[in-house]
Design a protein around this ligand. Structure first.
Ligand code: PMT
Length: 400
């Protein structure tokens, strides 16, 4: 069974007797891991209530184009952008005709025009309507524009006729939807990523930390989710918005980050440590603010656990990717780290150049793995992240 982890499926339901099957379809999509939102046409609401689809999808059902309250929640343009796939099931002859004509006379047809997402149609109509030259031409037009059809099936129809026009069964439609996404290089993988700095408290108002902004780790999380992975981001304190479709767990200190990672590591396929974890923490956290006094003072620090090495040395450890932030002898230090920590791959990051590395929008890295290496030329962190994810997909597939 192909899955739909993290995929945003916008289900359009138009007004045919097969609309009653959309309840089961929502259940099937959710079972495969998709997030589902539903748009119903006026006709669809004659066959099944919005409440049923709201309960099953876990989201309010969208029905009206010109509804100020609904537009305040999630407007039609946001819905169109939210969708990874617009699935219309059932797609009646009338709906297919309106789509083919490019009409925007209700919410569903308007969103269909406004979405950049692929469109999957599950036609459902009387066999003669399906065979009609007008429907044939409309379907051909939609196919030529890139729409994909699942069904219709042939057999006995609700009206008593026998022939093609029955909507495909929900499991077949859900499978067709899932197959449209099957090209993601990390499809079905579970990925855990650490990002940002850690903060090691000295007293109630002070801490030790570093300049990591979290940009690189967040870009990796977006790239992994785009590649189809079920992605969890364990993030130190940063000023970034949690990426869409990524389960984000905020932590503060290295010890908290370790606890979260250990709880997730046994259940993941790939672990990417991009966080700049503080190597040391104050031996004691003072309960009260430390008062200024002597001209000189000293801090006693203790070593923090190495999160990446701990995960990489677990029994049945995931495919482990580390980062090496270095200011000199980059590749030699990176190779040494890869070996010492027992890693499958390491991303060597020269942080002596302020244009790449900590806080910058760009990066430039060399990726090393057991059988090779690749230098990734300077580019935005999103681009670098996608290239790293491609390499991880290739190497982890060869490894396991
Ligand atoms: O967040 P940005 O501003 O976008 O910057 C990105 C970055 C420069 C922080 C990132 O690209 C990067 O290089 N991250 C690793 C920083 C680092 O701490 O490197 P390190 O060489 O000290 O650590 C080696 C590896 O061990 C890293 O994968 C690190 O996450 C991990 N580690 C280190 C110490 C520790 N106690 N636990 C760990 O897991």
């Amino acid at each position: 069974m192909a899955h739909l982890f993290n995929r945003n499926i916008l289900l359009g339901v138009s007004g045919g007797i097969a609309a009653y099957k959309s309840a089961e379809l929502v259940r099937q999509l959710r079972e495969r891991g998709a997030w589902v939102r539903v748009i119903m046409t006026r006709g669809a609401r004659e066959f099944i209530t919005p409440l049923t689809l709201q309960a099953l999808s876990g989201n309010p059902v969208h029905t009206e184009l010109l509804d100020a309250t609904a537009e305040q929640g999630m407007g039609h343009i946001e819905l169109a952008r939210w969708a990874d796939l617009l699935l219309i099931a059932p797609a009646t002859a009338d709906l297919i005709a309106r789509l083919s004509a490019g009409r925007a006379d209700d919410l569903l047809t308007t969103v269909a025009l406004a979405t950049p997402a692929p469109v999957l149609l599950a036609p459902a109509m009387n066999q003669q309507m399906w065979r009609d030259a007008a429907t044939t031409a409309n379907v051909a037009t939609l196919r030529a524009r890139g729409a994909v059809l699942v069904g219709p099936a042939a057999g006995e129809q609700a009206c008593g006729d026998v022939g093609p026009g029955r909507m495909e069964e929900p499991p077949v439609i859900a499978e067709a939807a899932a197959r449209l996404f099957a090209s993601g290089v990390l499809d079905g993988k579970r990925v855990v990523i650490t990002a940002g700095p850690t903060r090691e408290a000295l007293d109630p108002v002070r801490y030790l930390s570093n300049h990591s902004s979290g940009k690189m780790g967040y870009a990796l999380a977006r790239a992994a989710a785009e590649a189809g992975a079920r992605t969890t981001l364990v993030s130190g304190p940063v000023d970034l918005q949690a990426p869409d479709r990524v389960h984000t767990l905020p932590v503060t200190s290295a010890q908290q980050m370790l606890q979260q990672c250990l709880a997730l590591a046994r259940e993941c396929d790939i672990f990417i440590a991009c966080a700049a974890v503080a190597d040391y923490r104050p031996a004691q956290i003072q309960q009260r603010k430390i008062k200024k006094g002597a001209q000189q003072t000293s801090l006693q620090l203790v070593r923090n656990p190495d999160i990446l090495a701990t995960v990489a040395n677990l029994e049945n450890s995931p495919f482990c990717v580390g980062f090496a932030a270095e200011t000199n002898d980059l590749l030699a230090y990176a190779r040494d780290k890869m070996q010492r920590k027992n890693l499958d791959m390491i991303v060597a990051n020269d942080v002596s150049d302020p244009a790449v590395g900590f806080g910058s929008d760009d990066n430039e890295v060399t990726v090393l793995w057991r059988g090779g290496e690749a230098a990734l030329a300077r580019a935005g962190k999103n681009t670098i992240a996608r290239q790293i994810v491609e390499l991880i997909a290739r190497c982890s597939a060869a490894d396991h």
